[in-house]
Design a protein around this ligand. Structure first.
Ligand SMILES: *Cc1c(COP(=O)(O)O)cnc(C)c1O
Length: 509
């Protein structure tokens, strides 16, 4: 990044204040100020894509506080100070779009989606009514219908909504499922349910599923964690066993969450087998494809991973993950139309009047438990316009190809890296092996040692600022690295860099 003091306003206006901008004053000050801000943003975009730049400039929180002037002042600062503040802010921000950032499920900086986000910020509207967001509301209808058609041809007449994140999307699925089974719950509450509701999800599923049980009054003990196999996929016979056990106790099983693309291992639960069980026992089937949903766009990788997804009642799908839409962009889809509205509508008189000028089915705000809703559709619509289905498909195939390349490179260096499993997605789970452990046989004692190395090697990555890869433990093993390739910026040479850099930073551990 260029020096933060490089962004000089014209000397004549450097001491100007916000009151010299629109709407207080006409004139060129507004232009000049916004132009400098855009300069800063463009430099950040360039630095993000420059492999010679660091990903981050790490400081501990106390030290960081001393580097920054964050206080909210009694008297407002000058425009020049605001420009400097913006530059300083980005100077210390982690560049999540850098080709060597492999740390998160949302990586990359898609410039078209970003342009969309800029426009969204400028339009600054709220998504609750057609009245104040006519174009955006129509875009939402078009894109959501398109996504449902991709899920399955029998989904065309269903319903969808954008939600603030996959966790909330999963909550919408839970609410709709309960509403479908107990339509009086909305008015009468908990007393209408004579018995203990229970839900099922795999032990690898996202924690937001369990959180539904806590938020919605079941209690987390009634969100049953179905065991998974060694590849991280739910075992259907274990699901059935748990359903039968709970039914025998007089409980009411009602909801099964099937994960398509688990957060840590990137595994896909067998949807068809789980759907059969749900049909037998009359349970709602939700597919949490927050992470894996992007692969619906790939003819090559969709099957067998997401085979059977059209049999679900609801699907969570986050374009802000594999598809690289800017944060946040999460969608929840229902095969049956009308449930969202009947479940969530409160018919607020001051927003959703029934006697409006236009067709009020376009007032989507009454379908959600929020009031105001951020505009998350424009950046996705614009990105989809740019790429087309074809561009998204190529993008998905490329990410998968790069992950296959990484697996191949790991296998070529068995002394330095240990592949934990053949991945189904772009999550590559492995250990790095420092020199002193290379001759040791691979036992649980070595795994324990390799696990201890992860946090130290990660700290070295962050201090050097050259690489970021995530690690975590799971039920079966101590800490291990989980690499994610979900950025269009990554090339084969970056994968080579990643492995070489881990070795450079970690060989003497
Ligand atoms: C990321 C993730 C979620 C949660 O999505 P947020 O947008 O972070 O709330 C839910 N389920 C799975 C499988 C995920 O990977």
């Amino acid at each position: 990044m260029p020096n933060t003091s490089n962004y000089k306003l014209n000397a004549a206006i450097a001491n100007s204040k916000y009151t010299d901008l629109l709407p207080y004053k006409d004139g060129s000050t507004t232009n000049e100020f916004l132009q400098r801000i855009v300069d800063i943003l463009l430099d950040f975009v360039k630095a993000t894509n420059d492999r010679k730049e660091k990903i981050l400039d790490f400081h501990h929180p106390e030290e960081m506080q001393n580097l920054l002037d964050l206080k909210v002042p009694e008297k407002g600062v000058t425009l020049q100070q605001l420009v400097n503040d913006c530059a300083t802010t980005l100077k210390y921000q982690v560049k999540t779009g850098h080709p060597h950032f492999f740390n998160q499920l949302s990586c990359g900086l898609d410039l078209v989606s970003m342009a969309g986000e800029w426009l969204t910020a400028t339009a600054n509207t709220n998504m609750f009514t057609y009245e104040i967001a006519p174009v955006f509301i129509l875009m939402e209808t078009v894109v959501m219908t398109h996504m449902r058609e991709i899920i399955g041809c029998n989904w065309k007449n269903g319903d969808s909504i954008l939600a603030p994140g996959g966790s909330i999307s999963n909550l919408y699925a839970f609410l709709a499922a309960r509403h479908k089974m107990f339509p009086n719950y909305k008015e009468k509450g908990i007393a209408t349910i004579q018995g203990q509701l229970v839900m099922f999800t795999s032990d690898q599923s996202h924690y937001s599923v369990k959180s539904c049980a806590s938020v919605c009054g079941l209690g987390t003990d009634n969100c049953l964690m179905v065991p998974s196999d060694v590849n991280g996929r739910m075992i259907p016979s274990e699901l059935e066993k748990l359903i039968v056990e709970r039914k025998a106790k007089g409980h009411i099983p009602f909801f099964v969450c099937c994960t398509s693309g688990t957060t840590v291992l990137g595994s896909f639960d067998p949807i068809n087998e789980i759907a059969d069980i749900c049909e037998t026992y009359g349970l709602w089937l939700h597919v949490d494809a927050a992470w894996g949903g992007g692969l619906l766009l790939s003819k090559k990788y969709r099957h067998p991973r997401l085979s059977g997804v059209e049999r679900a009642h609801s699907v969570t799908w986050n374009p802000h993950k594999l598809q690289g839409a800017l944060l946040q962009c999460s969608t929840i889809h229902f095969k049956e139309n009308g449930l969202l509205l009947s479940c969530n509508s409160m018919s607020a008189d001051y927003l959703f009047m029934q006697d409006k000028l236009y067709d009020i089915q376009y007032d989507t705000g009454d379908k959600v438990i929020q009031c105001g809703r951020h505009n998350d559709i424009f950046k996705l619509w614009l990105q989809w316009r740019a790429k087309g289905d074809e561009g998204f498909e190529k993008h998905m195939d490329r990410l998968m190809e790069l992950s296959e390349y990484m697996v191949k490179r790991i296998k070529e260096q068995p002394d330095k890296f240990y592949l934990i499993m053949e991945p189904e997605m772009v999550n590559v789970s492995f250990w790095y092996i420092p020199t002193r452990l290379r001759k040791m046989p691979h036992t649980s004692a070595r795994e324990a040692e390799l696990g201890k190395i992860c946090p130290i090697l990660k700290a070295r990555m962050m201090e050097s600022g050259t690489l970021m890869v995530g690690y975590q433990p799971d039920d079966r093993r101590p800490n291990f690295f989980r690499n994610i390739i979900s950025s269009a910026a990554v090339k084969e040479s970056d994968v080579d860099f990643l492995l070489a850099e881990m070795d450079r930073l970690g060989h003497n551990l």
